[in-house]
Design a protein around this ligand. Structure first.
Ligand code: DGY
Length: 320
């Protein structure tokens, strides 16, 4: 008998076919919206594997309902939506999809950095709103990228990929990480600093750290006050790493110059969120890894992890 698994969102047919060769598949049919929690709680009762997204909270309560569960395959590199400790206690394997999204997420991070520094969204809206009457010397002037200093908080795979891009812009790269990365320093000529120095010296502060209890509100009033008035904060990691109230104050009071945000503490970010009222914020709906090719690769990798997990093999990317 094939093991029963649940896929919590409609995903590409080719990926479903692959999983169906090995598993009995129950797939939530909506592509855009998450499976409602009460349905999810019911559906996990007799499954051995779950293919889930960052929109599903896999907590103790849900795991209590899933006595047969062997593997949780998250189609994401981040896994803060899953209670790793409870999963581990129960011997449930948790997997993620690192690697395949590195370059795509670094591209988007740089796109956000360029868009905020050169006011791309504002400038585009300036024309569309009929405001372009004449070329003017200081019209829509922004901040330079080339030759400036970037500070990367979290030098994992994506941080390194952002550093490589920054080098192409002749930027000085500072980084802060729990562990110093001598190999990357040697390879890319990046400089390790403490957090405060990074915040004080960088023209761009880019958050690439995982979201954990330790990084919750890592960037708050004090940290923002250390940044230059001309500095730009970019977050493509997780919203909870930045204290959004503190960020709003800093942006409104010219404490920092701009912010580019792909992620929010609550997603979808409420339409009336104060940050959305500021012209110096570029906001995106968590699309860091959203290229067609990468999202398909992520789905395949999550499928392979799931299949291996339910068939007793060791998946390629085990978190716990
Ligand atoms: C991840 O992989 O963690 C992203 O946030 C979603 O692609």
């Amino acid at each position: 008998m094939k093991p029963k698994i649940l896929i919590t969102r409609k995903i590409a047919d080719e990926v479903v076919s692959k999983i169906s060769e090995v598993c009995e598949v129950d797939m939530w049919p909506d592509e855009e919206r998450p499976i409602p929690r009460e349905i999810l709680e019911k559906k996990v009762e007799d499954i051995e594997g779950i293919f889930c997204l960052i929109t599903e909270t896999i907590d103790e309560k849900l795991l209590n309902n899933a006595p047969k569960l062997k593997v949780i395959s998250n189609m994401a590199v981040g896994h803060n939506n899953i209670d790793i400790n409870v999963a581990k206690e129960r011997g449930i394997t948790v997997t993620n999809t690192p690697g395949v999204l590195t370059e795509t997420t670094a591209d988007l991070t740089f796109a956000l950095l360029m868009a905020t520094s050169r006011r791309i969204i504002e400038a585009s809206n300036f024309i569309r709103n009929g405001n372009w009457k004449a070329w003017a010397p200081m019209q829509l002037t922004g901040q330079d990228v080339f030759g400036t200093t970037i500070g990367i908080i979290g030098m994992g795979r994506i941080g390194e990929a952002v550093a490589r891009r920054a080098k192409g812009f002749d930027m000085k790269v500072l980084y802060y990480n729990r562990n110093r990365k001598h190999d990357i320093e040697e390879m890319l000529g990046v400089h390790y600093t403490d957090m405060d120095t990074l915040l004080q010296q960088s023209d761009f502060v880019v958050i690439m750290a995982p979201y954990t209890p330790e990084t919750n509100n890592l960037i708050s009033h004090r940290e923002l006050s250390l940044m230059k008035n001309s500095a730009i904060l970019i977050n493509t990691a997780r919203g909870g790493i930045v204290d959004e109230d503190a960020l709003y104050q800093a942006l409104k009071n010219n404490g920092i110059w701009a912010a580019g945000l792909d992620v929010f503490a609550t997603e979808p970010v409420p339409f009336d969120h104060p940050l959305l009222t500021l012209p110096n914020v570029v906001t995106l709906p968590h699309i860091g890894s959203a290229s067609i090719r990468t999202r398909i690769k992520m789905a395949h990798l999550a499928a392979d992890n799931l299949i291996n997990g339910v068939t007793g093999k060791i998946p390629a990317h085990v978190v716990v």
